[in-house]
Structure formats: structure tokens, C-alpha cells
Design a protein. Sequence first.
Length: 516
Amino acid sequence: MSDFKFNCPECDLRVQMHVKYAGSEIVCPACNQTIQVPSQAEPGPKSPASPPKIASRKPTQTFPTLPLLLGAGISILAVAAVVFVMKPESRTPAGGSIVQPTDSLPAVPVPERTDPEQDIAPFKLNSNAAWPQWRGPNRDAKSSDTGLLHEWPTEGPPLAWKTTTCGSGYSSVAVAGGLVFTLGDFAEGSHVIAIDEATGRHIWTSPRLGDKGGNYDGTKSTPSIDGDRVYALGQFGDLVCLHAADGSEVWRVHLESDLGGGFSDWNYAESPLVDGNKVIVTPGGSAGSVAALDKMTGKTIWRSRQWKDEPQYVSAIVSNIGGRRHYIQLSQQTLVGLDAESGDNFWRIPRRGATAVIPTPVIYNNIVFVTSGYAIGCNAFQINSSGGKITSRQLYANQDLVNHHGGIVLVDKYVYGHSDRGGWKCLDITTGKVLWENRGVGKGSVVFADGHLICRSETGSGTVALVEASPEDYLEKSRFAQPDRSNKNSWAHPVVANGHLYLRDQDTLLCYNLRD
């Protein structure tokens, strides 16, 4: 069967589609109008049965007895990309939920762009985008939403929509400009996808990001949205910049072959950090563990020449402690602050890890708090600046909060999160004192919104609990069992954005309404 070409009658965009979609209704990604595919058009070349296979750059390692490491983003269909979708028909079941089966989405190529600088439909991103990256606008797992439900029905808050177009993997989601972005593995590789925030309708699939699979199959990071660009990292080191409007590729860099890096046992899991004109990633390697790339071109601006530790699974954060902008990153040997302009060490502190270091650090005033699993526990370091000199001291180190990969959240001066020893805990970040502990929903991940923690279990029915964020006691308000559970751990971190709760479980993404 062959492809054919036609022009969008609304905006004159040149489109190439498979003949089996002749006469169907689609949504144009350039003008976002519903249009009818003509029944006849000029013929194009025959479509290949499947995209060419690309050999893995590094053999996949398997360690089936060890848990998955999801520090960064705890992410499509059978051709290179999907930027058109069929007009949804009768996808609203009782109760208002919108269900979009994967097999209802056509696999079609990206529209022709003969001029690489050709204008595309504008992508609107407010400066206060709801959740533009891993752990939200400030990478602290805190939503700015208010007016949310403070109790849920037994079956959970109302389901706004469900989609099954995410592929396999453990990536969480970013929400910006009316779209929800994530990553996932499909038949021939991994892809970035965009979903309509209002309806759950599949909007586009990027060209092939990279190889699928890995140690614990699937993508593990979360896309970052900046302006009209999307930045995403695949599990084997494929870093891409895409146009947010249609998913077309702007540039591509490989963390191993281009930057001389090398991933650890569970592949790359870091979520790219976009700051100013730079994209910050941690490829590892002799040139420096961390790389700052020009966000518009992908060209290297600097490497952390003074810091060459083997990369772990931690996503970097931005800090202004000491009056200088820098990036905080963590390995199994050290906690480091890298100067934003040069990549040189602004400060560096020895800190031992084991097996895998994953959770994102948090900052309270001039205190940097880190935690990791495998019986290591937590540390708090105070960073001081005086007379142009930076000094540090450890406030405490203990095993009271041993967080594996579900993450922690800081509210006021209190750290909340799950500990491999003792369950869910509240800890005073200034003293290290545990104020309460409770088994709660069991081991899992957490997000904060409107005075409450939303705790998600990684096992069983994927129970989700609403817990008051109080240092006084564990005060659970509601809980529900996640429907449509996969047979894998629900490691993707929950997200609260624009009044909605997002729960990713492999191919399925559930969107709940948290407002009346």
C-alpha cells in the first residue's frame, strides 16, 4: 500500500499520509483544525513495513534481583512519528471519562518540512507553566494548585480521562501549554508523546528517540519543556530537542558517542534540567560528569572538568546558596555544587552512597538535604559563604530516612517521604529529628498540593492516599486503589497540575479532577 500527499485546506500545510486513512477526519497539528483527508491525492512512495532497526550502542545489562533505579523521572507507535490523530468518536463512557485505546490511533509520518526553519504552529507556554519538568517548576515536587478536594470518594476523585498511548516505561509527565508530555517504549524503539491536557487525546508522537528496553525495560526520565521546545533523554543516552507544537526534531546529542559518557547498571534515568540558555545533563566520562549544552543547538558549553564521578540516577537542581548560581548534583562519592557559568566546583562535600543514588536533593535556606537507599540514609549539609569563601559542615547523618527512589518533599522545614526503615516519616530538616512515622500505603512516591501529601504505593493495587502535611502526626484523609493496574510496579511519580492528578502506569495515563 502507498502513501499520498495533500495540502491542509485550512493552513496549506503539506501532509503525507497512508492511503488507508483516505476519507478519514484528522486534526492538523499546524492549525489544530479538524479536516477531512481527501479520498484521492497525488501518490507518494510506498511506506516501509517498519522503520529501520538501529543496533544498541551498549549491550543491555540485566540484574533481575535488584530494584529499579528511577532517579530522574520516576518517560510511539510503529513508525518514526505520529503528528496527526483521528478525530475521536464516541470515546466518552458513563461518568465523563474519556478513553482512548492505543489501536485507535493511526501511525502516520511527520508532515514534510522542506525548509528546516519553516514556521510551525505556535506553542504557547506561560511563564508559570503548571508542571514543565521533573518534580514541577522548582524540582521540589510541590504544586501551586489551591482549592483542591480535601477528601475523596471511596473510588477516588472523579476521573477526567484515561489514555492508553504512553508506551511502556516508568517516566512521569510534564504539563505545559495545554499538553501533557511523557516518554515510552513501543515496538521499534522509544518515543516522546504529547497528549491533550483537556481530553486525553493523543496529539503527536516524536520521531524515534532511541532503542527500547534496558535494565528494567522502558524509559525512566521525564521531558522538560522550555518555551516552544521539549528536551528528553532516552534510557540509552539519546538526548533530543523537539518542537513542542508537532514533535519534530531540532537537534540530537548522544551522551555516550558524542559526549564520551557511560551509564550505570540501570541505564540513564536523569531528567534534563533547562536553565537559562543551557541544558544540564550528566553523561559521565573523563571530560567531566556533567555537561552544559546550548539549548538551541546542542553544542557543548562546558564540562565539569573538576568533577568526574560516575553518574548515578539523580536529576540536578539549581541553587543560589552563597550568592552564586550553581547546579547541585550527587554521586556515590560526593555532593557537589557546580558553577553555572564555568562548570567548576563551587563547593564539594564527600558523601558515601551504595549501589544506587537516586532521590533529588532538597534545599532549605542554606541547608542541602540528601537521602538514598541501600541502608545509607540521609545527610544535611549547611553551606556558608563569608568573605568570598564557601565553607560547609555536616549537621547530621542518620538512617532515619532511607529513601530508595520515591522521592521526598519539603514543606516549611519538614521533610516528608517513605523510608525503607519505618515507612512514611516526617523529619525536621534542621535537626534530623523524626516527628512521626506510619506504614501508610507502603513504599512509594509523593507529591505535595494544597496542604496535603499525595502518596502513591508502588506495589499491589497502587493505592493512592491523601495525607495532611502536618508535623503533628500522620493524618490520612482518603485513599483509593488505582484502576487499570499493570503487572509492574507503579514507579512513575504522581503529578498535580491545573487541578488534576496524573498517575502513569506503563501504557496507561489516568487524569483525575481534584477540584469540585
